[in-house]
Design a protein around this ligand. Sequence first.
Ligand code: THU
Length: 161
Amino acid sequence: MTNKEIRIAFEEYNHIDELPQPDKQLCLEAVKAMSGSHSPYSEFRVGAALRLKSGKILYGSNQENVAYPSGLCAERVALFNWSANHASDPIDCIAVTAHTDNFELLKPVTPCGACLQVFAECENIQGQAMDVILYCQKGQIWKTSGVQSFLPFLFFEDRLK
Ligand code: THU
């Protein structure tokens, strides 16, 4: 038996001004995206902004439903828009942020497992990893490259072959 370990590398920034300008801008786009959130049940607004290789920005926000499981996270709203309408223009980076009036968010919101699975599918479609920025407006910012930072034991299509 051998003990093995996987380490996850990510960048941590204490303030948005420490980010390179295009990443800072993308965080601000994610803040804008929250304005489209439909979240009367959780009162938790999430915004996602994708920066495509062409420079185009796509937005997503969480869309809740009175039949709770019918709702969708901000990340998947943005990513499904990309795969449905813009898949020939690769995603360079996604920024995600959240806000609620009910308490102070002091840590970045991290994507749920179902969203990570969709990140993986999108990376597979475009044949390259995307950067992920998790932006906490009153706390730190975490930046990683690729869904494998979050899901190192992801099921890969090549295992089927
Ligand atoms: N939510 C997202 O949109 N993205 C995340 O990364 C975490 C959770 C949404 C789902 C639901 O509308 C609300 O936040 C509370 O879970």
